[in-house]
Write a protein that binds this ligand. Structure first.
Ligand code: ADP
Length: 271
């Protein structure tokens, strides 16, 4: 593995630790999983802090973080690599997963549920005791370098990731559920990230929770921490709280005029 760490080696430690405020024992669980080289399954709604959590853990563990955003057209070559024509020569170019395996990096596969079954099979031998990646095109198998760790995330509100991951593989993952944090912690996060006072952040969090607790609302997503921060950022720019909430939360959550109207009334009542 040494040879890949030399030369154009990746910068392993970011200058400043990413701010992540834990709401439970997720960091302890992650550290233990990392210590054992075990893959992690991160469950949680969009915008609840999964990416930030992985960034913070990678920084703490001193690992390079390689993030791959899953999508339905992703092929195994997008993960593993492919031969490309360069100046008349055919050269092999590692994909991000292969780079992570060689370098002993933390590989974060975001929203892996989007990927097709024939794409996702390449991670099976990496996630189980073999810890290796088959490079079929090169006719070789690459053992994962020390430090390599696979982290995959999905939103349990959507279609289940189970269908694309073999049960025997899935059982080797350590699952961590990240929901939206309790109000006082989320308030602290929103205040800090948006650069607003705690009182205003608390108002936005109350609105967020009021929307999350709506029964039977036809919303694909609920108001995420990310949306609350965005609304807060508008307030930090001088926009009124209600306008900010309408633009960054209400209008984003739905296009249905009735739903937008109802959410707008809720926002006006809370704020
Ligand atoms: P996800 O990956 O779950 O979609 P992100 O990690 O991108 O969500 O979170 C969205 C934003 O919310 C982050 O950029 C960060 O500003 C903030 N955030 C969410 N949860 C936390 C937390 N626990 N600590 C610090 N920031 C957080």
């Amino acid at each position: 593995m040494g040879q890949y760490r030399n030369g154009a080696g990746p910068m392993r430690v970011a200058q400043e630790a990413p701010f992540y405020r834990a709401a439970g024992d997720e960091a302890e669980v992650f550290r233990a999983a990392a210590g054992g080289g075990l893959p992690v399954l991160l469950k949680g709604p969009t915008g609840c802090g999964k990416t930030r959590f992985v960034q913070a853990m990678a920084h703490e563990l001193g690992r390079e973080l390689i993030t791959i955003a899953g999508h339905e057209d992703m092929t195994s070559a997008d993960l593993v690599g492919r031969f490309l024509l360069k100046g008349g020569e055919t050269v092999w170019v590692d994909g991000p997963l292969t780079r992570a395996v060689r370098q002993g990096a933390l590989c974060y596969l975001d929203e892996v549920v989007e990927a097709r079954q024939d794409t996702i099979v390449v991670i099976h031998p990496l996630a189980d005791h073999r810890r290796e990646l088959a490079l079929d095109r090169l006719g070789t198998t690459l053992p994962a370098a020390d430090g390599f760790q696979l982290v995959i995330s999905y939103n349990p509100g959507y279609q289940s990731v189970l269908k694309n991951i073999k049960e025997s593989t899935r059982q080797r993952f350590v699952a961590i559920e990240l929901g939206f944090p309790p109000a006082e912690i989320e308030t602290e996060i929103v205040a800090r990230e948006a650069g607003i006072d705690v009182r205003t952040a608390g108002d936005l969090v109350r609105l967020g929770n009021a929307i999350r607790n709506l029964d039977g609302a036809p919303l694909r997503e609920v108001s995420s921490t990310r949306m609350l921060i965005l609304a807060g950022a508008l307030v930090a720019q001088g926009l009124g709280l209600r306008s900010a909430a309408r633009s960054a939360i209400v209008q984003v959550l739905s296009d249905d005029p009735d739903v937008v109207h109802a959410l707008g009334e809720l926002a006006d009542a809370v704020l």
